[in-house]
Design a binder for this molecule. Structure first.
Ligand SMILES: [Zn+2]
Length: 273
């Protein structure tokens, strides 16, 4: 029972995990193997997709959201609106997004609202405790995330379960990249080396990728250990669309006045069962 904000800040109760994947043009054979792996453990996940694929299908376990590329020369379009229209054409039912390269701005938040989205997950607050979703002026719920495989590789810390922020209080939205997972990456250079040899990832074959697959403790073995722990301990996983909906429901329950009154402030606690 949480009696005060301070109690909540010291809470270790927020256990549910939101697994997310930024597809970054990973080829279909990689996505297929990853979806099979998630199915094997019965895990829910949100895929931020850069391109259309027949492999990913919406279900009550799998959400498809947008991973728009706003960088110069993007194949998604030349302007913010063009990029978002391309994503809408490919994934008409999506309600969330995370930018490739985490590009963001206040104008972008307004554009997301205009294009019918309900949440973004553009804030990587690595290893920071007490994360929670929050609302913006543009009716977009912001869902920060606490860990990413690419950032973990940059820290040089071992890819062991004990180094994941699973015991931090607050949201535990984690981000992985299918290609890093497939390569079982153990260092930031693995993916760069593959791309130097095969710049067109969408044409990559399993045979071409195999020399670049790493042995030992890497991103793939880490996900397998995490999945095993999730199953063994009965930890729930969720899609970010569920988190966004739960957050909105709580806002309705509290009412707008309560949310803006500091005396009434209660941190959002999200626990899937
Ligand atoms: Zn990306």
């Amino acid at each position: 029972m949480i009696e005060s904000y301070e109690d909540a800040l010291n809470s270790k109760e927020w256990r549910s995990i939101g697994l997310t994947f930024d597809t970054d043009w990973a080829p279909d054979f990689v996505l297929r193997e990853l979806v099979d792996e998630l199915d094997r453990f019965g895990l829910k996940a949100t895929f931020f997709a850069t391109n259309p694929t027949d492999v990913l299908a919406e279900s009550d376990r799998l959400e498809i959201a947008w991973h728009p590329n706003f960088m110069p020369g993007s194949s998604h379009g030349a302007t913010t609106d063009e990029v978002l229209e391309t994503c809408r054409k490919w994934f008409p039912r999506s309600v969330g997004m995370r930018s490739h390269g985490l590009i963001q701005s206040s104008n972008l938040l307004r554009a997301l609202s205009r294009h019918g989205l309900r949440y973004d997950s553009n804030l990587l607050l690595y290893d920071l405790p007490y994360l929670q979703p929050f609302a913006t002026f543009y009716d977009i719920v912001r869902i920060p995330y606490v860990w990413s495989d690419a950032s973990h590789l940059l820290t040089g810390r071992p890819l062991e379960l004990g180094t994941l922020p699973l015991d931090l209080p607050g949201l535990k939205v984690l981000d992985l990249h299918p290609m890093l997972w497939y390569l079982n990456s153990t260092s930031p250079g693995d993916y760069a080396e593959l791309k130097a040899h095969h710049p067109r990832l969408d044409r990559l074959t399993a045979a071409e990728a195999s020399p670049f697959v790493q042995s030992g403790s890497g991103v793939r073995t880490l996900l397998e250990r995490l999945a095993s722990r999730i199953v063994a301990e009965g930890v729930a996983t969720y899609r970010l669309i569920e988190l966004q909906q739960a957050f909105r429901d709580r806002q309705v329950e509290l009412g707008a006045a309560a949310v803006t009154d500091p005396g009434e402030f209660r941190p959002f606690k999200f626990e899937m069962r």
